[in-house]
Ligand binder design. Structure first.
Ligand SMILES: [Zn+2]
Length: 490
C-alpha cells in the first residue's frame, strides 16, 4: 500500500520514510508500566503519544499488532542492577502478595487509560507470564558468547558487545565515559566489568519472586522482558519500538544489545521516543511531589491545581504539543486548552445543522490534504488541530451564509472532520462521565424553565405555579430576573 508517512527515528536521529517490513502489517511495541504504584499524568502523556501513533497507522489502512507490556517483576529500585525489586518492596511494605500489588495497579492503570480514551493494545503480555521465553533468550546470549554466569546470576558482556557490535547507539553514550561515571555498588563485584548488566539474577534467601532456571532459582533482569516479548509476538525484526525518552538509556540500549546478542538481529527497524511532561520546568515525578493522579486533576484537589479539568481537556492540552517537545503543565495552559477544546466541539455540533447548496465555495480536498500531510509529517497533532480549527471557521462561514457547501462536499467533510476528532485524535463527547449528574440536572432544569415560560406565555398560570412549587418541594428554587430564570439547589 502507498503511504507518505514520515517519522523521526531516534536511532538514526533522522526523519525517515516509514516503510514497514511486511505491509500492510505493522508491528508496534511500547514499554508499558511497572505496576507498583498509581499512574501519574507524566506516564499518561507517553501512552497517549503511542495511542495516536496506533490510531493513525490503523486509520491509514495498516493492520497493526500493538504490543504493550506490563512489568510485574525484575524492575529494581536502582537501574544499576542493585536495590530491591519494586513490586516485591511494595508487597513487603504493605504485607501483601506481590501478585496483589500487580493486580491492584494493573486494574488502576487500565482504568486511567480508559478515562483518557487510550485504546488497549492488541496484546498486553506480562513479564512473569514469559519466564520461559526469557530463560531461552539468556541461553542464546550465553551460547553466542555475550553472556556469562557467576554464582547463579548471568550478566551481559557489554565490553565484548561494544567491540563487536557497538553499544549505546540509541543514547549516544560513550562506553569509556560511562565507565568513569559508574559507581561501585553492592553486588557488582561479580561482574567482569561494572558496565555489564544482569539478564538473570540469583534470588537471595527471602526474595519473594523467583523461578527455577538452568542457573538455579532466580528472576529475569528488567531489560530482558521487552526483548523476549517483542520477539515472541512481533518477530526478530519488527517495525516500531516506542517508549518515553527516559527509557533510552539504559533500558533501550540494553534491549538492542540483548536482541543482537541472542539472534544477531537488532529487533525494531524504527525507534520512537516521546518527550516528558514537566511542571514549572521540572520533570513530573512522584518523588518531586508534582505528579498528579488523574483523579486529582479531574477534581482539582491538589495544591498546584486552581480548578479541575476534564480528561478530554487534558488530552487536547497534550496533543496541542508535538510528542517530541517537552510540555509544561500550568493552570493557564490548561484553561486555554479547555477553551480551545470547547470551541472545537461546538464547531462539531454546529456541523449537524449546516444547510447544503447546489455548489461549494469551500475547498474540501485542499483542507483534507492539509490534515493528512500534518499527520504524515511525524504525527504532527498540533498542526492537525490548527487545520481542524480552519474547519470550524469553514463551518461558521457556511452557517452564516458567507460560504456554501454542496451535498457531496458536506458528506465528505463531515466524515473526515469526525474521523480526525474521534478516530485519529481519540476525543470523545463528555458530559456523560465525570459530571454526568451535573450535565443531566442542568439539561432537565433548562427544560423545566422553558416549559414554565411557555405556560406563562399561554397564561396557564396553574401549570407555571405547579412547576415552581413541586421544584420547591424537591429543594430547588427558581429565581426570576430581567435576564431570565435561574435555579438554585438548596
Ligand atoms: Zn521495555
Amino acid at each position: 500500500m502507498e503511504s507518505s508517512l514520515k517519522l523521526f527515528d531516534t536511532l538514526t536521529r533522522k526523519k525517515v520514510e516509514f516503510e514497514p517490513i511486511n505491509p500492510p502489517h505493522v508491528g508496534l511495541y511500547v514499554c508499558g508500566p511497572t505496576v507498583y504504584s498509581d499512574v501519574h499524568l507524566g506516564n499518561v502523556r507517553s501512552f497517549l503519544t503511542f495511542d495516536v501513533v496506533f490510531r493513525y497507522l490503523n486509520f491509514i489502512g495498516y493492520k497493526v499488532r500493538y504490543v504493550r507490556n506490563i512489568t510485574d517483576v525484575g524492575h529494581l529500585t536502582d537501574d544499576a542492577d542493585a536495590g530491591e525489586d519494586k513490586i516485591a518492596k511494595k508487597a513487603r511494605l504493605e504485607q501483601v502478595e506481590p501478585m496483589e500489588v500487580v493486580q491492584k495497579y494493573t486494574y488502576g492503570f487500565h482504568e486511567v487509560m480508559k478515562i483518557f480514551n487510550i485504546l488497549p493494545p492488541s496484546i498486553e503480555p506480562t513479564a512473569t507470564g514469559h519466564i520461559i521465553e526469557q530463560i531461552e533468550m539468556v541461553e542464546q546470549i550465553i551460547a553466542r558468547g555475550f553472556g556469562y554466569e557467576v554464582d547463579g546470576s548471568v550478566y551481559f558482556d557489554v565490553r565484548k558487545f561494544q567491540e563487536e557490535e557497538g553499544y549505546g547507539a540509541l543514547s549516544g553514550r560513550n562506553i569509556d565515559e560511562l565507565q568513569n561515571n559508574t559507581r561501585a555498588l553492592d553486588g557488582q563485584s561479580q561482574k567482569r566489568d561494572p558496565l555489564d548488566f544482569a539478564i538473570w539474577k540469583k534470588a537471595e534467601k527471602g526474595h519473594l519472586m523467583h523461578w527455577p532456571s538452568p542457573w538455579g532459582e532466580g528472576f529475569p533482569g528488567w531489560h530482558l522482558e521487552c526483548s523476549a516479548m517483542s520477539r515472541k509476538y512481533l518477530g526478530d525484526e519488527f517495525d516500531i519500538h516506542g517508549g518515553g525518552m527516559d527509557l533510552k538509556f539504559p533500558h533501550h540500549d540494553c534491549e538492542i544489545a540483548q536482541n543482537i546478542g541472542a539472534t544477531g538481529k537488532a529487533g525494531p527497524k524504527y525507534w520512537m521516543h516521546g518527550n516528558m511532561l514537566t511542571v514549572q520546568g521540572r520533570k513530573m515525578a512522584k518523588s518531586e511531589g508534582n505528579g498528579f493522579t488523574p483523579e486529582e486533576l479531574i477534581t482539582g484537589n491538589h495544591k498546584l491545581l486552581e480548578q479541575g479539568y476534564s480528561p478530554m481537556t487534558v488530552r487536547f492540552f497534550m496533543l496541542q504539543s508535538h510528542y517530541s517537545s517537552t510540555l509544561d503543565f500550568s493552570n493557564d495552559a490548561l484553561r486555554a486548552a479547555e477553551k480551545g477544546y470547547n470551541r472545537l466541539m461546538e464547531g462539531y455540533q454546529r456541523l449537524e445543522d449546516l444547510k447544503v447548496s447546489e455548489s461549494s465555495s469551500v475547498n474540501i480536498d485542499d483542507w483534507s490534504a492539509k490534515c493528512k500531510s500534518a499527520m504524515d509529517d511525524d504525527f504532527n497533532t498540533p498542526i492537525l488541530i490548527s487545520h481542524l480549527f480552519e474547519g470550524v471557521k469553514m463551518i461558521n462561514l457556511v452557517a452564516s451564509g458567507r460560504e456554501t457547501i454542496s451535498e457531496d462536499n458536506f458528506v465528505k467533510f463531515k466524515k473526515l472532520f469526525e474521523d480526525y476528532i474521534f478516530v485519529v485524535l481519540g476525543f470523545k463527547l463528555e458530559g456523560n462521565e465525570s459530571n454526568e449528574d451535573g450535565a443531566h440536572t442542568q439539561g432537565l432544569m433548562e427544560l423545566l424553565i422553558k416549559l414554565r415560560k411557555a405556560a406563562k406565555l399561554n397564561k396557564d398560570y396553574t401549570t407555571a405555579d405547579q412547576i415552581r412549587e413541586e421544584l420547591n418541594s424537591l429543594g430547588i428554587s427558581l429565581k426570576d430576573s430581567p435576564d431570565g430564570t435561574s435555579f438554585e439547589i438548596n
